[in-house]
Ligand binder design. Structure first.
Ligand code: NZQ
Ligand code: ZN
Length: 386
């Protein structure tokens, strides 16, 4: 049975080739723009120049804030907050992937916050009580869904923690430009990590509950679309149909729609984030490395959903025992992960046995999935993932 919910997603999307032309209209409400970007890809592929031209033609004052690293850190967050305060910016414009967009959101709730944002939002999980600086996004890398949600994941290297806070809808970007051609220059390793990330977001919301609800049917459609289009994008990264479908599916995978009215899991992400805190590895790869041992472990507790996943998503013939069918679904998932070329284990990401206890300490335990993991279960899943 669907639980009660209130659904509100205020992010305005401009989708398609040439969608950046809508930026000028959005800028009308703002004067001083903090232009946020990553390590330089936007300068190489020309997106920076296109954005800067629109900013200059619109007469905006631009304050640059580049160098946002994948898995943005507390140190960088503090730097961004200082820039915003010093120049009294009224728009944070993120031009990049999930890291850049997450960082902009974390800055947005911290500029007028007198407390330490890490302690307030990531340790105590409090909601912002201060003024929030608006965020806009020009997405250049697909996967996280950050472009249409209120999540912001920050890494604290000193504390060896990587934590996501899902804020309220006021923190969602006011607008996002989604031009699939902007993703053509994403390196293959990042493209497949992003595709697996989006796929796993759907799994996290699908592998929970035993009721019949709309979300699970929507999830199956999104997963099938990602599988088909990932294969096309691997063959030809400049296949517009494939890249645009992947972009749109990834946005829907985590704009909170498919989570409404049902339980969700998110344990693969908790394991992956803990791995990220120890290795700084690419987010999607941390998920792929732990997924199969985790799903095999919880399969007996959610057998009917794993069977449905096998049949509806992977087209497994419903013959044999429920467990045999369910395992064939996981085998199909494993084969597809092989096609993508995502990380198969934690060793590839630099995890060694002596890190396992620490990673287990950093893993948050969720209670919305098929099994609430005990500490020995977490350790055993991590060991199996090596
Ligand atoms: O830094 P630059 O030079 O821009 O290069 C980036 C970066 O190295 C590159 N890239 C991005 N667009 C490109 C490009 N290279 C060439 N051409 C382009 N068009 O790709 C690399 C990875 O970028 P990043 O933003 O780090 O990737 P992603 O979008 O996967 O974001 C990962 C971050 O998002 C968090 C992750 O934990 C991680 O910190 N997540 C955020 C979520 C959310 N807000 O809801 C949910 C996710 O589960 C995830 O946890
Ligand atoms: Zn993710």
């Amino acid at each position: 049975m669907l639980g009660n919910f209130t659904y509100h997603n205020p992010t305005k999307l401009y989708f398609g080739e040439g969608a950046l032309q809508n930026l000028a209209e959005e800028l009308k409400n703002y004067q001083t723009v903090q232009l946020i970007y990553g390590g330089g890809s936007v300068k190489k592929n020309g997106i920076y120049d296109s954005v800067m031209k629109i900013l200059k033609d619109s007469g905006k004052t631009v304050v640059e804030d580049g160098g946002v690293m994948p898995n943005p850190t507390t140190d960088k967050l503090n730097e961004g907050v200082e820039i915003a305060r010093k120049h009294n910016v009224d728009l944070l414009l993120a031009v990049g992937g999930g890291s850049v967009c997450d960082y902009a959101k974390a800055v947005s709730v911290s500029v007028f916050c007198e407390e330490d944002p890490w302690e307030k939002y990531y340790i105590r999980f409090e909601e912002p009580t201060c003024k929030i600086v608006p965020v806009g996004c020009v997405l250049t890398m697909v996967g996280t869904g950050s472009e249409m949600n209120a999540g912001a994941v920050i890494t604290n290297h000193a504390q060896k923690l990587k934590i996501g806070h899902v804020f309220g809808s006021k923190v969602m970007p006011k607008f996002t430009v989604l031009d699939p051609t902007f993703t053509y220059t994403v390196p293959k390793r990042q493209m497949v990590a992003g595709i697996y990330d989006a796929f796993n977001h759907i799994c996290e919301q699908y592998f929970s509950g035993t009721d019949d609800n709309v979300s699970d049917y929507l999830s199956e459609a999104l997963m099938k679309s990602l599988i088909v289009n990932s294969r096309a994008a691997l063959k030809d990264p400049q296949n517009y149909q494939a890249r645009s479908n992947i972009m749109w599916a990834a946005t829907w995978a985590l704009n909170t729609l498919i989570a409404q009215g049902k339980d969700t899991d998110w344990e693969v992400h908790m394991l992956g984030q803990a791995v990220g805190a120890y290795t700084d590895a690419t987010h999607g790869m941390t998920l792929s490395a732990v997924s199969l041992p985790y799903y095999k472990h919880i399969l007996p507790y959610g057998l009917q959903k794993f069977k449905r996943f096998a049949i509806e998503v992977w087209g497994v013939t419903p013959a044999g025992t429920d467990e045999e069918i369910a395992l064939k679904g996981l085998k199909a998932l494993e084969d597809w992960m092989g096609e993508l070329g995502v990380a198969k284990n934690l060793t590839e990401l630099g995890v060694t046995e002596d890190m396992i206890e620490g990673i287990a300490d950093a893993t948050l335990v969720m209670d919305g999935g098929y099994k609430v993991l005990s500490r020995p279960e977490i350790v055993s899943i991590l060991k199996e993932s090596l």
